[in-house]
Design a protein around this ligand. Structure first.
Ligand SMILES: NC(=O)C1=CN([C@@H]2O[C@H](COP(=O)(O)OP(=O)(O)OC[C@H]3O[C@@H](n4cnc5c(N)ncnc54)[C@H](OP(=O)(O)O)[C@@H]3O)[C@@H](O)[C@H]2O)[C@@H](O)CC1
Ligand SMILES: [K+]
Length: 536
């Protein structure tokens, strides 16, 4: 399992390593600089390197790299941007070593009151020499506010000159301007070929738009003690990898029957929305559930019977078509005959928010109070949940309930907008988890999964999955895994991973442009072949 930290957590891990564990700061720095310099030397023959440094320890890393590269035959040019009064003690130490080498002039560029950004840029332009490698050591995890003035000009010049001379761009630790927690860019930002990041990857490097700032992020071990990660506020973000997916999926019992592999009940679809029920049920079957029941309005009977004859259909009447008694009767049938057989329930895809849908959600939530059955709440059921303003929202849904909102639904659940939710996905996810106390799968280009105790970030998937029905498929995958016996937490995390990996398979075949939700079901089969164990 790969672990990621926010910038604040990284600084806490650094501080603990230095102050409590007793690891010298300069030892960590030397390893960091050596690692970044070695990467450069492994991809390029000695030539000219241009290094843009700030006054913090990220800049100090840049100075240490200058020393190492120079000793290895590189011609080095350094531009130090900022005020020397702000230089850290490590920075001054690295500079003192460069002074002893007498071959590495550091050109300083200060902030002054009488220049505007254009003037900064034209003045800076003379410092940025043509080079085969451009290094960005302006800001690391210490970036604390929006980039402006001389710093913004320095970053823009760096990007422009790098492009002009076709240089290989290396960002030290993190692209300057990128927020290490949110993945948002603060004003201006460096676009590099690679980020050489130290100790742990930073969450912001994997969330969008941050994840698009470099082609590659390489994590270097700089000798930080392993325990450091346990001395940070909150929890690190875990990222499931293929080997973990394989472990979590386990083996399929060779002598099982359809009862062994769980029964999923999917409450989905409304007039014109049979497809949502179909995709959820198809995905549940394709992920290995033994039996899938679909509860849906009568109007969907024919189409679902034709599309997925393997499913068991329970067709219900719209409230307007039946009497009050008949309505009670059909709900009692679902409560007494259908739900008790479920090993996992999905409610919401294409359900609508009408009175019947509301009654169905109430029934499932009531069921949840007395039963220990994993429930995936998605789409319209989330919208209905958001509308329940007259109840105490701190109502505890329990650790077996999985909410799967996209940014629009997340915004509604938190009385905000889709735009705000997408921009502050981590914050919104944390607040949602606190509000409902359940497992929150906040879907976006990078999906965040939060439980009471753990935080996960999913790294599979691609832009082709931003297509109608993709979320319906996810509900079926998660419920299927839960029905087969995985804990709700593992079902959610592995389900999101599988769904993304299936999307990656679909994109290979169809391209992200033309893949559609149904292709994810084919992708699921391919991924499951790769991660299934051959033997029990
Ligand atoms: N032992 C260790 O700790 C190790 C640390 N390591 C390295 O250290 C890095 C962290 O170093 P760091 O904490 O010194 O922060 P860093 O990223 O250099 O930035 C701080 C400077 O930027 C400035 N500044 C910030 N925002 C600004 C803005 N918008 N606009 C303008 N200025 C702004 C800020 O100024 P101030 O806010 O004080 O005005 C300050 O001068 C880390 O990423 C890794 O590379 C590795 O060597 C491994 C060992
Ligand atoms: K940097």
């Amino acid at each position: 399992m790969k672990q990621l930290l926010t910038g604040k957590q990284m600084k806490q891990a650094d501080t603990w390593s230095i102050k409590e564990f007793g690891m010298e700061s300069l030892i960590l720095m030397e390893r960091a600089a050596l690692c970044a310099a070695q990467h450069i030397m492994s991809v390029q023959k000695p030539g000219c390197v241009f290094i843009m440094c700030g006054m913090g320890n990220n800049g100090a890393d840049g100075l240490a790299m200058a020393r190492i590269l120079s000793q290895n035959g590189w011609s080095v040019r350094i531009a130090a941007i900022g005020q020397i009064e702000k230089a850290t003690k490590e920075w001054l130490y690295q500079k003192s070593l460069l002074d002893k080498m007498e071959i590495l002039p550091v050109q300083y560029f200060y902030e002054s009151d009488d220049k505007d950004e254009e003037e900064y840029r034209s003045a800076l332009s003379n410092l940025y020499v043509p080079a085969q490698v451009y290094v960005d050591a302006l800001f690391g995890v210490g970036l604390s506010r929006k980039v402006s003035g001389v710093y913004r000009a320095a970053i823009e010049e760096w990007n422009e000159h790098k492009k002009k001379c076709g240089a290989y761009g290396v960002a030290v630790d993190i692209c300057s301007g990128l927020d290490a927690k949110s993945g948002q860019v603060l004003g201006a930002y460096v676009k590099a070929d690679v980020q050489i990041t130290f100790g742990y990857g930073k969450v912001g490097q994997f969330l969008y738009p941050g994840a698009s700032l470099s082609d590659q992020t390489i994590t270097c071990d700089i000798g930080m003690p392993n325990e450091a990660v346990y001395h940070v506020d909150g929890f690190p973000f875990n990222c499931l990898e293929k080997s973990d997916a394989k472990d979590w999926l386990g083996s399929r019992c060779l002598w099982g029957n359809k009862g062994t592999f769980g029964r999923v009940v999917i409450i989905a679809g409304s007039s014109g929305m049979a497809g949502a029920a179909y995709l959820s049920a198809l995905a549940a079957y394709r992920t290995g559930a033994g039996l899938v029941d679909i509860v849906t309005p009568k109007c969907n009977r024919l189409v679902l019977q034709q599309l997925l004859p393997e499913a068991v259909l329970h067709c219900i009447s719209e409230i307007s078509e039946i009497s009050k008694d008949e309505d009670e009767e059909q709900l009692a049938y679902l409560r007494n005959e259908v739900l008790p057989k479920a090993k996992a329930i999905v409610i919401g895809p294409g359900l609508s928010t009408d009175t019947l849908a509301k009654k169905l959600l109430d029934m499932v939530l009531e069921w949840n109070r007395s039963q220990n059955c994993p429930i995936v709440i998605d789409a319209d059921a989330l919208n209905l949940l958001a509308m329940r303003t007259n109840i105490d929202h701190a109502e505890y849904l329990g650790e077996n309930v999985i909410l799967t909102p996209h940014p629009g639904e997340l915004g509604r659940l938190m009385n905000s907008s889709a735009k705000e939710a997408a921009k502050n996905l981590l914050y919104f996810a944390e607040e949602l988890q606190k509000k409902f106390g359940c497992i929150c799968v906040c879907k976006d280009a990078r999906t965040v999964i939060l439980t009471q105790k753990n935080r996960y970030l999913n790294l599979t998937g691609n832009s082709g999955m931003a297509t109608g029905g993709s979320g319906d498929v996810l509900t079926g995958v998660i419920a299927s895994l839960a029905a087969q016996g995985l804990s709700a937490e593992r079902a959610a995390v592995l389900g999101v991973w599988l769904h993304g990996a299936a999307g990656d398979e679909a994109a290979k075949e169809k391209s992200p442009y033309s893949m559609i939700a149904r292709d994810l079901a084919d992708g699921l089969s391919k991924v499951l072949i790769q991660i299934s164990r051959k033997k029990v």
